[in-house]
Design a protein around this ligand. Sequence first.
Ligand SMILES: [Zn+2]
Length: 257
Amino acid sequence: MRIGAHVRQDNDPIGRAEELGAEVLQMFVTDPQEWGKPHPHPLAQQIRDSPIDVVVHSSYRINVASLNNRLRMPSRQAVINQAQAAADLGAFGLVVHGGHLRDDEDAATGYENWRKLFERAADKGGFPVPILIENTAGGDNALARSLENIERLWEAVGDFDNAGFCLDTCHAWAGGEDLVDIVERVRAITGRIDLLHLNNSRDEFDSARDRHANLTSGHIDPDVLVAVARAADAPVILETPEEGLADDVQYLREALS
Ligand SMILES: [Zn+2]
């Protein structure tokens, strides 16, 4: 099982990953708060050639489910652009959040929008890397919060080979899903977990808040997190606070050995 972390040092991702002892790294290809088209990374060759596996996290403003054209259209384009940038780095996937709707919007249309994203890409030969849809914590109108919603999402996108799943433990916990057996329950729906975001939570169960904590310092029993990692048997990315990140990598490696 490959263990690594989200690397915030965009100018030297491999150097930082090596410092952390990571075997896999996650990075952005644009400012995560912006829409801007990604620029070719100056170290793309080094990133591609490195034995450290790479996955890209898309920017936070993306909401491909939105019923608002002015949000959905640029979101689709951003996924296309960032998937290409991910492929250029040799990444094994692009993580995209499940997204959310407004109170008065119809969820069925939101799931339909997810399907259209893949359908339109398929017409043009498909995405160059799998799109790993991540469960989120907050709000009653999130499209990938509860397992029930993930089931609806998978009914919409499950036929597409390049629709993958990224399970975030902090989000599942804060979203009110018991972490015991979460891997089995997700797999029963999606048939796959392509990536695990292993994070503890600064908030209580079902809080709907999204604040990550270091592995041994949040509300989730660290043993439960280790058990989830073992069961998922997928690459693990830690998105925990920077200060304890290297300790988290080491803690997890020892716990799994
Ligand atoms: Zn995450």
